[in-house]
Ligand binder design. Structure first.
Ligand code: NAI
Length: 396
């Protein structure tokens, strides 16, 4: 079929298999163009199909020559519905990994469940014995608690007071004001349950109990801090509470892993266009200003550049892992540079619908968004009849 982008709210409901495959190849080529990483050899990535998790998997495989198991929640194609982008990304990743002689298998299902944890542990035992690195990169709107069955939904809201600020609709390029009502205590509790560290700890506990973590194994999960302008809706809001919980969990897991000489970290990453971040109000406008400023300064990075730097310059340098005063890895260091933030902040106060194109990289934001779903990618013929039914070989 001929596959075109189709929208519902902030998400694109179609994805292009050839475009997704090209995006994955571009990321692989980037990593292969960089010096090899003396890193982990057996890597489990939870949330491995898109965004930071996919980039982590690609970096481990093509940067460090690692065998990988990827866990994610994606949908195959059916009838005239395309698969999700993460499905196509994974099919392309596995194919490239196999061609390179690397082991790559995937598990598609709810990572919050006990069943998927057990299935993953069985695969590790059967195929590898033990893992060297566990990357935890889930971003989910909902979680069913595996013990109680309670269904939690995360919300993106401020805490304590209404938050009003600018936001942009990147489809219409209109800058407008948005007001978001504060979260209830119940909504805060729910968001912590979905995006906090409880499930990460459940994974590490289960892996440790099954004795499938190698001596010196590391685990890393991803967090975000960002600029003052988004603090009320992000870092000091519901998701920020969840990230506080995730960061506290890293300290707990770090102590726990000492038993096997292991380490646990949270890495604070740069704000980037992913399926998750495009749904956050205010953040897309900040990201488009940030992109423009960082591109002008020659500092711009995407997920793959960020993850390569995380592995090569933080996690696997052969020495101590460099962290901030709270024990966090900071690869948002370029985003948070004083000169970058001062320029973004000056532009933030001036930006409106009329000067949006001049002050921000809204075009780059929009293109990145389409590229998440395999569209607007060089080297792909979008008018060609395309097979939407693509197999992920390890799931066949
Ligand atoms: P994403 O939406 O691109 O990826 C989410 C991944 O989780 C996908 O692989 C998806 O299949 C998987 N997933 C979701 N629900 C699942 C479930 N129930 N079971 C199994 N897999 C499931 O998100 P992104 O942006 O890469 O986020 C990953 C982490 O990075 C999150 O913790 C996020 O807060 C963090 N982060 C993101 C930043 C950004 O600007 N995008 C900045 C800094 C941190």
């Amino acid at each position: 079929m001929i596959i075109k982008p189709k929208f519902r709210g902030f998400i694109c409901t179609t994805a292009h298999p050839k475009g997704c495959a090209q995006q994955v190849r571009n990321q692989i080529d980037y990593v292969k163009s960089q010096p090899a990483i003396n890193g982990p050899k057996k890597v489990l990535v939870i949330g491995a199909s898109t965004g930071y998790g996919l980039a982590s998997r690609i970096t481990a495989a093509f940067g460090a020559g690692a065998d990988t198991i990827g866990v994610f929640f994606e949908r195959p194609s059916s009838g005239n519905r395309t698969a999700t982008a993460g499905w196509y990304n994974t099919a392309a990743f596995e194919e490239a990994a196999r061609e390179a002689g690397l082991f790559a298998k995937s598990i598609n299902g709810d990572a919050f469940s006990n069943e998927i944890k057990q299935q993953t542990i069985e695969m590790i035992k059967r195929e590898w014995g033990k893992v060297d690195l566990v990357v935890y990169s889930l971003a989910a709107p909902k979680r069913v608690h595996p013990e109680t069955g309670e269904v939690f939904s995360s919300v993106l809201k401020p805490i304590g007071q209404t938050f009003s600020n600018k936001t942009v609709d990147f489809h219409t390029e209109e800058v407008s004001h948005i007001s978001i009502e504060p979260a209830t205590e119940e909504e805060i509790r729910h968001t912590i349950a979905v995006m906090g560290g409880e499930d990460w700890k459940m994974w590490i506990d289960a892996l440790q109990e099954a004795d499938v973590l190698n001596e010196g194994a590391k685990t890393v999960a991803y967090s975000y801090i960002g600029p003052v302008v988004t603090h009320p809706v992000y870092r000091e809001g519901t998701v920020g509470r969840a990230k506080n919980h995730l960061e506290a969990t890293a300290h707990e897991l770090d102590k726990q892993l000492k038993e096997i000489g292991g380490e646990a970290y949270v890495s604070v990453n740069k704000a980037l266009v992913t399926q998750s971040s495009s749904a956050i109000p205010v953040v897309p406008l900040y990201i488009s200003l940030l992109y423009k400023v960082m591109k002008e300064k020659g500092l711009h990075e995407g997920c793959i550049e960020q993850m390569y730097r995380l592995f090569n310059e933080r996690l696997y340098t052969g020495g101590e892992v460099q962290v901030d005063e709270e024990g966090r890895i900071r690869i948002d260091d370029w985003e948070m540079r004083e000169d970058v933030q001062a320029e973004v902040s000056a532009r933030w106060s001036k930006v409106d619908s009329d000067n949006l194109k001049e002050l921000s990289d809204i075009e780059g934001y929009r293109r990145d968004f389409f590229q998440l779903f395999g569209f607007e990618t060089d080297g792909v013929d979008y008018e060609a009849d395309t097979e939407a039914n693509v197999t992920i070989q390890s799931l066949a």
